[in-house]
Design a protein around this ligand. Structure first.
Ligand code: C5P
Length: 246
């Protein structure tokens, strides 16, 4: 079961702690008391291990552990068991691991969180990474179905296996939301506040546009982490969402 949806802007923004050493990431998070949610990705987790998740939680942050698990069912279950025991509340898995692996991951995560006294985490399925160019995707992986229909197919596979949500591009949100009403979580990176540098993101929406399209939470990295004043950048994103929800 996905966590209670909220219109509190600070709950809707997850800041991606990318490109930072563990001590830097911890200091960054500690300097932003208003920040509720952080995303720990592969780079930070491989450098800092479970300790970085535990220390972020000790600061009172809620953790999205974005390690994109993709393996056989027993290993997916074991990884999700360990992630949930750490107190991660959002955990990514690849939908293309298949229904059996997804079900095993979901069951293990919930049992492990319950045993540790935590509320149920939400597993999020990754469908097709947005870094894929559709033509290369078809040619390199020999997948004949267009990305545009393959993404909703994988989202449906995940939902049917009991997974609580998906990570998706802002451009996919509206179609996925139409097929998967709340409380199915749609967590969306590729967010750029108006006027922010695009960086390597091509197809972006503003925070307000993405929420309007049906996102439940937004992942925002560099527009906040690389800002001169990250706390002010975070506050500006919250203010944009607060105006929208009035
Ligand atoms: O800095 P930026 O806002 O582009 O960071 C976006 C975050 O979301 C990064 O952690 C990136 O790995 C992640 N992400 C993404 N696009 C996806 C999936 C994840 O940018 N399709």
């Amino acid at each position: 079961m996905a966590p209670q949806l909220t219109s509190d802007p600070a709950e809707q923004i997850i800041v991606a702690l990318d490109g930072m050493a563990p001590q830097q990431a911890l200091a960054f998070a500690a300097a932003m008391p208003e920040l509720r949610w952080v995303k720990v990705g592969l780079e930070l987790y491989v450098a800092g291990g479970p300790a970085v998740v535990q220390q972020l939680r000790e600061q009172g942050k809620r953790v999205f552990l974005d390690l994109k698990f993709h393996d056989i069912p027993a290993t997916m279950a074991g990884a999700c068991r360990s992630a949930a025991r750490l107190g991660a509340e959002l955990i990514t898995v690849h939908a293309c691991a298949g229904a059996e692996a997804l079900r095993a991951a979901q069951t293990a995560a919930c049992a492990s969180a319950a045993a540790a006294g935590f509320s149920e985490p939400t597993l999020l399925a990754v469908t097709v990474l947005t870094s894929w160019d559709p033509t290369r995707f078809a040619a390199e992986l020999a997948i004949g179905e267009p990305v545009a229909t393959y993404v909703p197919r994988l989202a449906q596979l995940a939902a049917a296996a009991g997974i609580g949500g998906c990570v998706c591009s802002p451009l996919e949100v509206a179609a996925l939301r139409a097929a998967h009403p709340e409380p199915f979580a749609l967590v969306t990176p590729g967010i750029r506040p108006a006027g922010a540098a695009l960086g390597d993101q091509q197809r972006v929406m503003t925070p307000a546009q993405a929420i309007e399209a049906g996102s439940s939470q937004l992942v925002i990295g560099r527009p906040i982490t690389a800002a001169k004043d990250p706390a002010a950048a975070f506050a500006a994103c919250c203010a944009e969402l607060a105006v929208q929800s009035e």
